[in-house]
Write a new protein. Structure first.
Length: 449
């Protein structure tokens, strides 16, 4: 049984080592002690195992840096009935995530030092995955007055975003980008023009047939194009979260080609599902931005493969039954995604879209780099690891999720890929029962005591 005791010397043997930063993809071993990677390589332990070390035989499974999830909604503080830092951390561990970054749209909003310190303190108390926070761009998410970016950055804010709301005022965004350059941080935008993005699902024939109001993809493109002009003006670092359509991808490609400091991310549901998942008013498939057309889904899968999309995030948005079992127009948008992040993303590898090492870059070193961090297998770094079997078949069953909320449109969805062990600072905080038969839900296993 995994424990939360201090991490002693541990040898991980018979592993397929995968390190996107260095390009390492070879059989080998890793040695960790006191929560830090001490050595790693294909010939490690050829002369014998170290005395007194715990030995973990990976039996040929993949050993990679722990996943970094850069877009997570937490219910705590204010909506603990939907999710807490404890339940989100346990769900993240089951999904192979060792670090996650929380959006500031809690109650109260994370727009001051107290909010950032609260997240850090609660993460220390739980001693599970590493939990960081973004600061809001504007006070109370009202889109007018900027927060003290420099001060919040000093206290640990990894970036600034107004969460599920776009910074709509161009002058406010210009000032935010200018200040962000001064403090060397990043502004993350939710690309939905608020005065236009009032529809419940993607605009088009299906929305018309269902009698639902449409959210046109140009709502997204308008915001991105405007903001990139402001990036040109200010030089501030800019990240587009939850990209959903082909037109946005073309705008981002052109900006990158011109050398602008822009990065982008999407979530597995946007390259796994399309608007037809709404079916007969399935509110579990309602999200913001909405699921787009099959053409857009295909374009996103290609953009993840070619690097236009720098990172994949879960976009974890927990909601209770009362918030989802409503008429479609009234239901809250969003789905849970921590426990299915890896298994859903692996579909791009199994479908021949991209190599495994490239996919892991979008889940580890890519998001970490955007936030000025690292996630790789280098000696001297914290021992944050995921051990997984990329081929193991399973069926997603939200009833077995460790998240407090179960709002997922992937119930019954067949996947390949299962997390076997998650390690944070050398401590195994999640282990899967290797005797569990195929067909079990990804993430089911044993938690740290």
């Amino acid at each position: 049984m995994a424990t939360r005791s201090e991490a002693g010397p541990t040898a991980y043997i018979n592993a397929r080592l995968l390190d996107p930063r260095s390009g390492l993809d070879e059989p080998g071993a890793l040695f960790a002690d006191q929560g830090v990677i001490r050595d790693v390589g294909p010939r490690l332990f050829n002369d014998g195992l170290p005395d007194g070390a715990e030995v973990i035989d990976c039996a040929g499974a993949c050993l990679a840096p722990g996943l970094v999830d850069m877009r997570v909604q937490l219910g705590e503080p204010g909506n603990e009935h939907k999710e807490t830092i404890e339940t989100a951390s346990r769900a993240a561990a089951a999904g192979g995530i060792t670090s996650m970054v929380a959006l500031p749209n809690t109650d109260p909003v994370v727009d001051d030092v107290a909010g950032i310190e609260f997240i850090a303190r609660r993460a220390r108390e739980e001693k599970l995955v590493k939990v960081y926070g973004y600061g809001a761009v504007t006070r109370r998410l009202e889109g007018r007055e900027l927060v003290e970016m420099g001060l919040l950055s000093e206290y640990g804010a990894l970036g600034f975003t107004d969460g599920l709301q776009a910074v709509a005022d161009a002058q406010v965004m210009r000032r935010a980008l200018s200040y962000s350059r001064t403090v060397d941080t990043v502004i993350l935008q939710h690309p939905q023009e608020p005065s236009l993005a009032t529809g419940a699902m993607n605009s088009g024939e299906l929305a018309t047939r269902l009698g639902l109001s449409g959210n046109h993809l140009l709502n997204e493109v308008i915001v991105i194009e405007r903001d990139l002009r402001l990036v040109e003006m200010t030089g501030g670092r800019y990240h587009v979260a939850n990209v959903t359509c082909a037109e946005s991808l073309e705008v981002i490609r052109r900006a990158k080609a011109r050398g602008l400091p822009v990065t982008a991310s999407t979530a597995p549901h946007y390259f796994t599902l399309n608007e037809t998942a709404v079916g007969d008013y399935r509110t579990f498939a309602k999200m913001t931005p909405p699921l787009r057309s099959e053409r857009d889904r295909e374009a996103l899968a290609a953009a993840v493969a070619d690097g236009t999309i720098d990172a994949i995030a879960s976009d974890h948005s927990p909601h209770d039954q009362d918030a989802k079992r409503l008429p479609f127009n009234m239901a809250e948008p969003g789905i849970v995604g921590l426990e299915s992040l890896l298994s859903l993303s692996l579909a791009l590898v199994h479908g021949g879209r991209m190599p495994l090492l490239d996919l892991l870059r979008r889940l580890t070193d890519g998001p970490a780099g955007i936030l000025k961090g690292r996630a790789d297998l280098t000696a001297g770094l914290p021992c944050d690891l995921v051990i997984f079997d990329p081929e193991r078949p399973a069926t997603i069953d939200p009833d077995h999720f460790l998240s407090k909320s179960k709002n997922s449109p992937f119930e019954g969805h067949m996947v390949q890929g299962a997390v076997l062990r998650t390690v944070v600072d050398g401590r195994s905080i999640f282990t899967s029962d290797l005797s569990t038969p195929s067909g079990s839900t990804p993430g089911s296993g044993r938690q740290a005591a």
